[in-house]
Design a binder for this molecule. Structure first.
Ligand code: PEP
Length: 670
């Protein structure tokens, strides 16, 4: 969950906000104001809620690189080149400040902080009248902004942090960049939150990767497979169908042994295409490739379109668009979707003669939106296409970020978003060795109903024998399927054990490991638990790693030593990337199933200590993000008090998870 500007008190505060005002400029004139307009709701909100000052920062182009290129071109063409004039017309923020003033009208006063850069502006900012909007000069005039050296980035970030008590990031288009003004600044301000544009982008794009409303259809087009491998792999996980169009479709068709004429192809990506086709087959995802085409002899706007009725493209033709049979196929697939994500055109839509396929797709997606389907368009070219066909307003969401939306769809964590994230509460039920399949099914059905629309993350872990039945019921719900244990080996002669491969086959997403009953009754030690943790992570599972002291250990003052040892040993060899799939559950053994709960203050002390251990192992950012659940006689009447503590991020619940009327109040706290 990201924390937004709505959750903080702005009254009397100095706000520093990163916006993405990287708009096309010509001779100091704004050519397209989409990104400026997109930031205005957050700007107005901040002023209306009493901020003392609002300082805006943005990059505009890439001054050093752009100027170098323009100079080289001028030299090549034998023309003179005036660097100052060039920079002034293309990279200075003063015209943007003036443009913003026009847009805000009487709602605010906008002042430009000066061409001398972003340093030493505190006195200037503090000297402004309350409610003033200050526009800083282009952040990329300073090489520290984009430096790969963290210390250099921190130098600029510290200077910028001086201008605000609160950092607001609303620059979604730059959220994939780990720069001084997008991410590093968060280390030096007390509070970092997201603006409304960022919030909307994340709320539409993130669920596509994490938990979409199913069935989901993904339409992926564009020229090259190589630039879309990660997004194809990521979307395969949640889609029922993957429509592959545009130039990249011909690498797939060639991989299938079809004739592609002179169409665009990446021969070095044929193996990748085959792998993606195979993964889709195993996962039961329908792949939709063109079955007919519109071709041309030349790649030219004026080229004559030639209809190709079959899948094979004649030798002398380049496929430029999809044909009518393909469009009929698209319609059939799209009509089954509850979510549609579209990234990349299906033909050369920039040339009018070859734009029909992309225009028809845009119309189909727009019609689906009208019927209540969630439709998300992300990525530069498909956004340009919906704008060209004047259908942007007919989509649920059209992303303002090219690279950022692509990386989010690839399932990556974006630095500019991560700094605004607060931890999600995660409430998990451990059903232990209770209930028959029928009883488990009844409980699962009741939970699906009562937790629908619940605002936290949920998981239910039935016994192995009920996993398949419960898994079927939880499919498409907001409750993850958990297992209570797994074997330490992948497969083989291990009588009585259950392997990660078997759990994967049943659709399990999370495995509880190191539960105190496994540690104390079945004598599992840290080495064995760590082996299981690593195996589960290797196979893509999330893990809830349980830790906690016995009563004897508590009485002997060993709480910290025990928790430290179990955390460090449990996580040994776990990479920083894998840590994002770990939840730690602090469960004092004396509180499990006994009705005795640690007081919120006592529990908080241990949680804070454990977070400190994670910080030592993986750094501050990882420690801020890791979810630490509390377990031990959590009930409806103590859940809210426990969860109110700074470092308690959820609960692992045993006894009270066995009935909907005792679990739902915990799950729905707050
Ligand atoms: C547990 O077994 O993980 C647990 C916390 O149980 P209970 O909630 O019953 O104490």
């Amino acid at each position: 969950m990201i924390k937004t500007v709505k959750t903080v008190d702005l009254n009397g505060k100095r706000v520093i906000m990163r916006v993405d005002f990287n708009v096309p400029m010509k001779d100091g004139v704004v050519q397209d104001d989409t990104r400026i307009v997109a930031a205005i709701p957050t700007i107005k909100y901040i002023i209306a809620h009493g901020a003392k000052t609002l300082t805006l920062m943005s990059h505009l182009g890439d001054p050093a690189k752009d100027a170098e290129k323009a100079k080289a071109k001028a030299e090549k063409d034998g023309k003179s080149f005036d660097m100052d004039k060039y920079i002034k017309g293309k990279h200075r923020m003063e015209p943007i400040a003036a443009y913003l003033q026009k847009k805000l009208g009487k709602n605010a006063t906008v002042v430009f902080a000066g061409e001398d850069g972003c340093y030493n502006k505190k006195a200037f900012i503090d000297g402004q009248k309350p409610g003033t909007v200050i526009m800083l000069e282009n952040t990329r005039f300073h090489k520290e902004e984009t430096s790969s050296d963290e210390k250099e980035r921190d130098k600029l970030a510290k200077a910028l942090a001086e201008y605000g008590d609160i950092f607001v990031n609303d620059a979604f288009g730059t959220a994939h960049r780990d720069h001084a003004s997008t991410a590093s600044i968060a280390k030096f301000v007390p509070v970092s939150v997201a603006g409304f544009l960022m919030e909307k982008e994340v709320n539409y794009l993130e669920p596509i990767v994490t938990n979409p409303v199913k069935p989901m259809v993904a339409i992926i087009g564009g020229a090259k497979v190589s630039s879309k491998i990660a997004v194809l792999e990521s979307l395969l996980k949640n889609s029922s169908a993957l429509v592959i169009g545009g130039g990249m479709a011909y690498t797939f068709l060639k991989a299938q042994g079809k004739k592609i004429g002179k169409s665009l192809v990446e021969d070095d990506q044929i193996d990748t295409a085959n792998k993606i086709l195979e993964t889709a087959k195993t996962a039961g995802v329908e792949i939709v490739l063109p079955v007919d085409h519109v071709g041309a002899e030349k790649f030219d706007a004026a080229a004559k379109p030639v209809a190709v009725a079959g899948v094979n493209v004649p030798d002398k033709l380049i496929a430029m668009d999809v044909g009518p049979k393909t469009l009929a196929l698209y319609q059939k697939v799209i009509s089954k979707a509850k979510t549609i994500v579209w990234n990349g055109p299906v033909g050369v839509f920039e040339f009018d003669a070859f734009a029909k396929g992309t225009e028809e797709v845009a119309k189909m997606v727009a019609a689906a939106t009208e019927k209540g389907v969630i439709t998300v368009v992300g990525g530069g070219d498909s956004v340009a296409a919906v704008n060209k066909f004047k259908l942007a307003s007919k989509m649920s969401h059209v992303s303002t970020g090219g690279g950022a939306s692509l990386e989010l769809l690839e399932g990556k964590k974006l630095p500019g978003i991560e700094v605004t994230r607060c931890r999600d509460y995660f409430i998990a039920g451990n059903w232990k060795m209770h209930m028959t399949r029928a009883e488990s099914a009844n409980l699962a059905k009741a939970l699906v109903k009562s937790l629908k629309g619940g605002k936290h993350r949920y998981m239910a872990a039935p016994s192995f024998t009920s996993l398949e039945t419960v898994g079927e019921i939880l499919k498409g719900s907001n409750i993850l399927l958990g297992a209570q244990n797994c074997a330490a080996e992948e497969q083989g002669a291990h009588t009585g054990e259950v392997s990660v491969l078997q759990l994967k086959d049943l659709g399990v997403g999370v495995i509880i490991l190191g539960h105190s009953e496994r540690r104390h009754i079945y004598k599992e030690d840290d080495t064995l638990i760590n082996q299981k943790v690593k195996l589960a992570l290797k196979h893509g599972f999330e893990v809830i790693l349980c830790i906690g002291e016995t009563l004897d250990e508590r009485e002997k003052g060993k709480v910290e030593a025990v928790c430290k040892g179990q955390t460090e040993k449990g996580l040994a060899g776990v990479t920083a990337a894998e840590l994002s799939r770990i939840t730690i559950a602090y469960e004092p053994v004396w509180a499990i199933g006994t009705g005795k709960t640690a007081t919120p203050d006592d529990a908080q002390k241990v949680h804070k200590f454990v977070r400190g251990i994670v910080e030592k192992l993986y750094g501050a950012a990882a420690a801020r993000q890791i979810v630490i659940q509390y377990g031990g006689s959590v009930k409806g009447d103590n859940a809210a008090q426990l969860m109110a503590m700074e470092d308690i991020d959820g609960a692992l619940v045993g006894g009270a998870s066995l009935k909907p009327e005792t679990f739902a109040p915990i799950a729905k706290f707050g």
